[in-house]
Write a protein that binds this ligand. Structure first.
Ligand code: PGA
Ligand code: ZN
Length: 423
């Protein structure tokens, strides 16, 4: 049986927003194959690797990915033919060198990552190993990690900002089950609270629509009202706020920072950065936030350090747009104590090997890890296996609803029942 690459083939499919994306299949000489498709962000950080879009207004409003598809089917595919799929490091390095730019803008991070992940799936299949075990073995080359627990899910139940058609400024309002809950129980908690919030919004006539990540996207008076609704939703279930379940926010603050400061609907006057940090301190006193993602815009390192100093002992200050799964930015954040957790998105960096290298650094510095989807997703479940493989503290896959989100939560159920059969 030979794990050499026989062919690499990509095509254009649609993601959960109906936007084109790339799907790639790698076939090995042994006949085993692997397929991966790419997610896409809407609130894309400035420091992410670049996804390649056609920009041809005659097709899908310029959002087509035929150039990226073509890059896989020609230049990347030819180069990788006959390489060993089990040598993930060399394959990824070959593609990085072939691209030659610091942010993968020549071939496109979407082309490169789709191949990188499809190679890993093909190699796992070739070795007849579950993907999470294969990825754990790859990761173990740098940081031996035994699989002992399932990640804790954090559920995005109300969508605002760039993801919601409603009027909220903050992008994501989360419920986070306690980390001591078995995964299947955590999923049940998230789902029951999601249904409970739906009833409350319906009763208040406030359901506007569903946001990109499956959470509700209501029109409300303030961002605080959304937190109140989540608390109310928890109260109407058997679960205790502050014991069984906690709250989290992805503020995605870069998106409403203006020259005047942080402008949100909760008050007419924009917040200065100092006032905004105090606002989160008060919010924490009232709502005991467990996760606070991107509370400060992505270039303001000094105030990230400030908020982490003030609130980091009590809650996780999570860098998403700040870090962009980028090793240089992560190292700066560690040196400056700018945050205490990292959001990990494979397509922010663009190859599996570079992704795993970022995780190694984060773990060596005791940063909590959150493996994350994007707001535009496919039914690909790679990140569920990946999260287990690296023993991520948390996963963020959206609401416990909508096909592309539950595909990942359901994959975790399968993995849980394999690892812990007598649950
Ligand atoms: P995105 O949002 O996928 O639209 O970038 C997700 C996030 O900000 O965490
Ligand atoms: Zn984010």
């Amino acid at each position: 049986m030979d794990s050499k690459i026989y062919s690499v083939h990509a095509g254009e499919i649609l993601d959960s927003r109906g936007t084109p994306t790339i799907e790639t299949t790698v076939v090995l000489d042994s006949g085993y194959r692997g397929t991966a498709s790419m997610p896409a962000g809407a609130s894309i950080g400035k420091y992410e690797a670049m996804e390649l879009r056609d920009g041809d207004p005659k097709r899908y409003g310029g959002m087509g990915v035929l150039k990226a598809v073509n890059n896989v089917n020609t230049v990347i595919g030819l180069k990788l033919k006959n390489m060993d799929a089990e040598n993930q490091g060399l394959i990824d390095k070959t593609m990085v060198d072939l691209d030659g730019t610091p942010n993968k803008s020549k071939l496109g991070a979407n082309s490169i990552l789709s191949v990188s992940l499809a190679v890993a799936v093909a190699a796992a299949n070739h070795k007849r190993m579950p993907l999470y075990k294969y990825l754990n073995m790859l990761f173990g080359g740098s940081l031996p990690t035994s699989i002992e627990r399932m990640p804790t899910p954090t559920f995005n139940v109300i969508n605002g900002g760039k993801h919601g058609a409603g009027n909220l400024d903050f992008q994501e309002f989360h419920v986070v089950p306690a980390t001591n809950k078995p995964y299947h129980e955590a999923l049940e908690i998230g789902e029951e609270i999601y249904q409970s919030i739906k009833k409350i919004l319906t009763y208040r006539n406030a359901v506007h629509s569903i946001g990109d990540e499956g959470g509700f996207a209501p029109n409300l008076f303030t961002n605080l009202d959304a937190l109140e609704i989540v608390i109310e939703g928890i109260r109407q279930t058997p679960y205790k706020f502050g014991v069984d379940v906690f709250l989290g926010l992805d503020v995605a603050a870069s998106y409403f920072k203006t020259d005047r400061g942080y402008q949100i609907k909760d008050r007419p006057l924009a917040f200065s950065t100092k006032e905004f940090i105090e606002y989160f301190r008060d919010l924490h006193a009232k709502y005991r936030l467990l996760l606070l993602e991107d509370p400060i815009e992505e270039d303001d390192w000094a105030n990230w350090t400030e908020i982490t100093k003030l609130l980091g002992a009590d809650m996780l200050i999570v860098g998403d747009d700040l870090l962009a799964t980028n090793p240089k930015r992560l190292e700066k954040a560690i040196a400056e104590k700018a945050c205490s957790a990292i959001l990990l998105k494979p397509n922010q960096i663009g190859t599996l090997s570079e992704f795993l290298a970022v995780v190694v650094v984060a773990k060596k510095h005791d940063m909590k890890t959150i493996v994350s989807h994007r707001s535009g997703e496919t039914n690909d479940t790679f990140i569920a296996d990946l999260a287990v493989a690296i023993q991520s503290s948390y996963v963020k896959f959206g609401a416990p609803a909508r096909g592309e989100r539950v595909a990942k939560y359901n994959r975790l159920l399968q993995i849980e029942s394999e690892i812990f059969p007598q649950k």
